[in-house]
Design a protein around this ligand. Structure first.
Ligand code: PMP
Length: 285
């Protein structure tokens, strides 16, 4: 049981997995990626992740040199070889090595990299006690500059907001969009609960359409919890009864304070707890 890394059809240990320093993924953040989880050896929502990966690649005119089915098989095989049953998978496609200069036509050999390892994004205590987060002053990328729906290797927009959070002693930060509406967090989507109703920003708020987010919306429908994709402002968050974040790495994590102001009664909400439990059941279904 050890991290396993696939690069273009070959398998490597963590120490031996290497790519060129001329790769435009490194030089310019030119590439796309996915982050997934396995539960009891099965990749959660693998097809949805692969679909999103191919959409991201298409959006940046990057041709992935294998079919979706071959990619699915490669992911499953790398998981199997790792021997890890509850793991995190980072699937990366770079533009490949080329000459210096932005021109993607001067690259060849896009690299297909699959890393299967462990991840612990947030300390366990935050799942019990909830996160305290802030609103970052860095806004999310304007969708006309680079669509936040593309999961690209260029995460500096999010990293700058993450740094603001960390400097304020917070593990996550809320990012507003260019209209001042709530978009998402730096690596997670955001939900609130107000009067028993679940709400999360719509994709046209300029967010990554999270696969965990969509799973929560589906769960809510199944469990007859009213849920909607609604435009939210910072005001809506501050007067919400509950708040939580979702992401493949984070799963479902409660938020109890935003900008030093308690959300609801400042404790992990009832609906949030319930959904955390239901999500746990869903991932092993
Ligand atoms: N938003 C951003 C910016 C992300 O990077 C991620 C993934 N880490 C998410 C939301 C959550 O998406 P998913 O549930 O598909 O992991």
């Amino acid at each position: 049981m050890s991290p396993q890394i696939y690069i273009n059809g070959k398998y490597y240990s963590k120490e031996d997995a290497k790519i060129s320093v001329y790769d435009h993924g490194l030089l310019y953040g030119d590439g796309v990626f996915e982050g997934m989880r396995t539960y009891s050896g099965n990749v959660f929502r693998l097809v949805e992740h692969i679909d999103r990966l191919y959409e991201s690649a298409r959006a940046i005119l990057l041709t992935i040199p294998m079919s979706k089915q071959e990619m699915i098989d490669a992911v499953n095989n790398t998981v199997k070889l790792s021997g890890l049953t509850d793991s995190y998978i980072r699937l990366v496609i770079t533009r490949g090595a080329g000459s210096l200069g932005l021109d993607p036509n001067r690259t060849s050999d896009p690299q297909v990299i699959i890393i299967v390892d462990l991840i612990a994004l947030y300390d366990r205590k935050y799942y019990d006690e909830g996160l305290k987060i802030i609103t970052a002053s860095t806004i999310r990328n304007h969708p006309a500059a680079l669509s936040p729906r593309i999961k690209s290797l260029n995460y500096l927009n999010n990293i700058m907001a993450k740094i603001e959070g960390l400097q304020a002693g917070c593990m996550e930060a809320i990012m507003l969009n260019h209209k001042g509406e709530v978009a998402e967090c730096t690596g997670d989507n955001i939900f609130i609960v107000k009067k028993g109703q679940l709400m999360t920003p719509p994709t046209d708020a300029g967010i990554l359409e999270g696969i965990t987010r969509n799973a929560i919306l589906e769960l809510a429908r199944e469990l007859k919890i009213p849920a909607s994709e609604s435009t939210l402002t910072r005001h809506d968050l501050l007067v919400a009864d509950e708040c939580f974040l979702t992401g493949s790495a984070a799963e479902v994590i409660p938020v109890v304070s935003i900008d030093s102001r308690p959300i609801g009664d400042g404790k992990v909400g009832k609906t949030t707890r319930f959904l955390m439990g239901e999500f746990k059941k869903l991932v092993v279904r």
